[in-house]
Design a protein around this ligand. Structure first.
Ligand SMILES: Cc1cc2nc3c(=O)[nH]c(=O)nc-3n(C[C@H](O)[C@H](O)[C@H](O)COP(=O)(O)OP(=O)(O)OC[C@H]3O[C@@H](n4cnc5c(N)ncnc54)[C@H](O)[C@@H]3O)c2cc1C
Length: 488
């Protein structure tokens, strides 16, 4: 593994060739065709999450019409797709638009420092040897025989997609959960979409289908948030109808929270409930006290036999692979900083983070972020600005967006006393844990958290760009807007 300097001859450097990175690349190359860009990818493949995770049964729990890229409509009948199909779709999309040619594999961003004097980021990149194998979750598949008893620990999307696959391979599967989740069965093939495809030409059909999948889940989410008790009752009633008599609704399907305070578990064609009906799978709601040589002992005194224990818990979020960020050598502690319009970190010039939605398809949020970033870049180009940094407490003339605001900031003003809020508005364990590493949002102006795709999408395309951003004109620094006439 050798170290190389940051590539300095690109206008935009994108870190990661997952869904967000490929989408951002498409937006940069279409919105800013004269800009050069590269994608640095630590691994040797495109796809991020959808290549890394390989456990049996891996699939999306979002429909691919909105989880897929808006610029490359998902054409398959199945709206919920398996991991391999998603990985192939991301790779094919990148290849179709020539994005794959801009990726530098085996290049890992190790840290990034912004130099105010130079008006550029300096970013040490590790060049990982080509021989280095990519890290893959092989999953437990190979070691399972039909006589094995399996316990899956967890009650989230991973556990729910594993269970129907594992009962095909094991003698018995137990899903051991500490706290229950909400489940919803949906048909894997959407017949309305098929009908729409038959009636309309494909370019209209894909738009109509996408809008259907944008609007219906949004209405359902809004209903859950406004009428939580009714939503809880309705969901539990549906679960009761799907359950075999041997599995009681309580306590296994009685979450301590209301629907959409955490993600719902999607069961395509009710596969999870069908698995329970075979009698080869059950659910235990209890807390683990110890793991023994033969299984697991729980707080209520049960001993659950197991040959294999699978932990389907503990998902950890990370920004930029945890690469430390500094500005003029000073460390940026992300969770102390506010996010400007959910994309740019307070007092960090010319850098943006892309965080998708957790209460809708990730890609919807990641795309509004990418569009917003492209608009900021265009604004900077058109006004010959060499850097833009979110700053609290700019005075009114600066907030009103004069591009020639110089380099002074007033550390007071209307954002003072702003209430802190979380970036992600779910109470799931992985979201709670991520609070320690994610920047925060506020309750005012451009520091507010995301709203929804419709509002954020409008804001990305038409919203105000200047409030809360401190601009340094290229003329004030003697540096060009871009490195060699190009640099971001
Ligand atoms: C099992 C699983 C299922 C999911 N299902 C859904 C779903 O159905 N719907 C939904 O909306 N969301 C889902 N999510 C959330 C999911 O993570 C996102 O939807 C999406 O795939 C994230 O894409 P990304 O590009 O932002 O990040 P990633 O997919 O994590 O890609 C990041 C890429 O950046 C690279 N990278 C990281 N750090 C560096 C560095 N320092 N230098 C160079 N390269 C770097 C990584 O190698 C990786 O390729 C799921 C997550 C998991 C784990």
């Amino acid at each position: 593994m050798g170290s190389v300097d940051a590539p300095k001859d690109y206008d935009v450097i994108i870190i990661g060739a997952g869904l967000s990175g490929i989408n951002a690349a498409y937006r940069v190359q279409t919105e800013l065709p004269d800009y050069s860009y590269t994608i640095l990818e630590a691994r040797d493949v495109i796809g991020g999450t959808w290549d890394l995770f390989r456990y049996p049964g891996i699939r999306s729990d979002s429909d691919l019409h909105t989880f897929g890229f808006p610029w490359r409509p998902w054409q398959h009948s199945k709206a919920i797709a398996d991991g391999t199909s998603i990985r192939n779709y991301i790779r094919d999309s990148a290849e179709h638009f020539g994005i794959d040619k801009q990726i530098q594999f085996h290049h890992k961003l190790m840290s990034s420092d912004w130099s105010s004097n130079e008006q550029i980021p300096t970013s040490p990149i590790s060049h990982l040897s080509k021989a280095r194998p990519s890290i893959r979750n092989s999953g437990p598949e190979t070691s399972i025989t039909p006589t094995k008893k399996i316990i899956i620990i967890g009650s989230g999307a991973t556990a729910v997609s594993l269970l129907p696959v594992l009962i095909e391979k094991a003698s018995h599967v137990t899903m051991l959960q500490r706290s229950p989740s909400y489940f919803i069965s949906i048909p894997s093939v959407d017949t309305t979409s098929d009908l729409i495809r038959k009636i309309f030409p494909s370019w209209i059909a894909s738009r109509l289908i996408r809008w259907k999948f944008l609007i219906l889940p949004f209405l359902f989410f809004t209903f859950c948030r406004h009428f939580p008790a009714m939503a809880k009752k309705g969901l539990r009633k549906r679960i009761q109808e799907d359950l075999p008599p041997s599995v009681p609704l309580d306590p296994h399907f009685n979450p301590s929270y209301y629907p959409w305070e955490q993600r719902l578990c999607i069961c395509p064609d009710g596969d999870f409930f069908s698995a329970l009906k075979t009698g080869k799978a059950d659910i235990v709601t209890d807390t683990i006290t110890s793991v023994t040589t033969t299984g697991i002992t729980t707080q209520s005194g049960q001993h659950l036999d197991a040959d294999i224990i699978i932990t389907a818990t503990g998902l950890k979020m990370q920004l930029g692979g945890g690469a430390p960020l500094t500005v003029d050598g000073e460390k940026v502690v992300l969770h102390d900083r506010f996010l400007w319009k959910n994309t740019m970190v307070e007092k960090v010039p010319n850098a943006a983070v892309i965080i998708g939605y957790t209460n809708a398809s990730w890609t919807l949020g990641s795309d509004t972020a990418a569009l917003l970033i492209c608009r900021v870049l265009k604004f900077m180009r058109d006004h010959n600005i060499s850097s833009a940094a979110p700053t609290l407490g700019l005075n009114p003339s600066e907030q009103n967006g004069s591009a020639s605001t110089g380099d002074k900031t007033v550390q007071s003003g209307e954002w003072r006393g702003m209430k802190e809020m979380a970036v992600l508005n779910l109470s799931s364990t992985y979201v709670e844990k991520a609070k320690g590493i994610l920047p925060k949002t506020g309750d005012k102006g451009p520091w507010r958290p995301r709203s929804n795709y419709f509002v954020d999408g409008w804001g990305a395309v038409f919203g105000d760009l200047t409030t809360g951003l401190r601009f340094v004109p290229a003329s004030a620094t003697g540096k060009a807007n871009r490195v060699d006439k190009k640099s971001v």
